[in-house]
Design a protein around this ligand. Structure first.
Ligand SMILES: [Zn+2]
Length: 231
C-alpha cells in the first residue's frame, strides 16, 4: 500500500529537481563528477538530528555516518571503513562527532533492561558509563545525568576516532584532520562546540596507542598505495 504521504515524497522530489534545474542547470552533472567534502560527520541516527540541516551545509559539503548513539567502535567495519575512506581518499580537514541531548540510545543504555541484539551495541555506551561512573552517579537528577552521559560519550568517541591509524598518520604527515566534539540540543536547536583540545587528545592517545614510529619509518602504506610485488 502506498499512502498519500509516501506518494508525496516522489512528487516533492520532482519539484525539487525542477527548482534546482531552473537556477543551476549543471548542478547534478557537477555533483555526479566528484565529491570534495571538508567534513566527516559522525552522529546519531535519530530522525530529529539531520546532519545537513543542523549545520546548514549543502550537498557535497558533508560526508556522513550515523548510528545509534554516535558510537565509534573499532569492531564496526562500516564505521572504520568510512573513517579510512574519508581521511585517506577524501582527505577531509575536520571530523566531527556530534552527540545530542535526549538520545534514545543513551536512555536505553541507562535502563536495566534486556533488548536482545541491541544490547551488544548498547554495551559500547554502557562501557562509557563505566569509565565515568563516579561522576555520573553523583548526579541525582536523571535527565541531567543523561545529558552528562551524552557529553562524555562524545568525548570517548572523539578519543576512539583519534586512536585510528588513518587519523594519526594523516595528522602527523599533513596536519589534518582535526577532530571535534559537538552537542546538539533538540530543546532549542542549538549546536555547541565542546572545544575538545585536539592536540592534547592526540598526545593522550599516543601514550598508549602510538603509531608514530611506524609512520615515520614509512613502513605503513595506505591501502590504495601498496607497492606492486614482482614475481
Ligand atoms: Zn540519539
Amino acid at each position: 500500500m502506498k499512502d498519500d504521504r509516501y506518494i508525496k515524497i516522489f512528487e516533492d522530489n520532482q519539484r525539487w529537481v525542477e527548482d534546482i534545474n531552473n537556477t543551476d542547470i549543471d548542478f547534478f552533472a557537477r555533483h555526479y563528477e566528484e565529491q570534495n567534502p571538508d567534513y566527516l560527520y559522525i552522529g546519531c541516527s535519530d530522525s530529529r538530528v539531520p546532519a545537513n540541516e543542523i549545520t546548514g551545509l549543502s550537498m557535497g559539503d558533508l560526508f556522513v555516518h550515523r548510528n545509534l548513539g554516535n558510537v565509534v567502535a573499532n569492531s564496526d567495519m562500516n564505521m572504520m571503513s568510512i573513517l579510512q575512506y574519508a581521511v585517506e581518499v577524501l582527505e577531509v580537514k575536520h571530523i566531527v562527532v556530534c552527540g545530542h541531548y535526549g538520545c534514545g540510545a543513551l536512555k536505553a543504555a541507562m535502563l536495566p533492561h534486556k533488548f536482545g541484539v541491541l544490547d551488544n551495541w548498547l554495551r559500547n555506551i554502557r562501557d562509557v558509563y563505566r569509565f565515568h561512573k563516579l561522576e555520573l552517579n553523583e548526579i541525582k537528577d536523571l535527565e541531567q545525568r543523561m545529558d552528562r552521559l551524552s557529553e562524555v560519550n562524545v568525548e570517548e568517541q572523539v578519543l576512539n576516532v583519534v586512536k585510528s591509524s588513518s587519523v594519526q598518520e594523516s595528522y602527523l604527515k599533513k596536519g589534518y584532520p582535526v577532530v571535534h566534539g559537538w552537542m546538539y540540543d533538540m530543546r532549542n536547536g542549538l549546536l555547541k562546540d565542546m572545544n575538545i583540545d585536539f592536540k592534547a587528545t592526540l598526545q593522550k592517545v599516543q601514550e598508549i596507542y602510538n603509531l608514530e614510529e611506524d609512520i615515520n619509518n614509512n613502513n605503513h602504506y595506505p591501502i590504495y598505495q601498496y607497492p606492486k610485488t614482482s614475481k
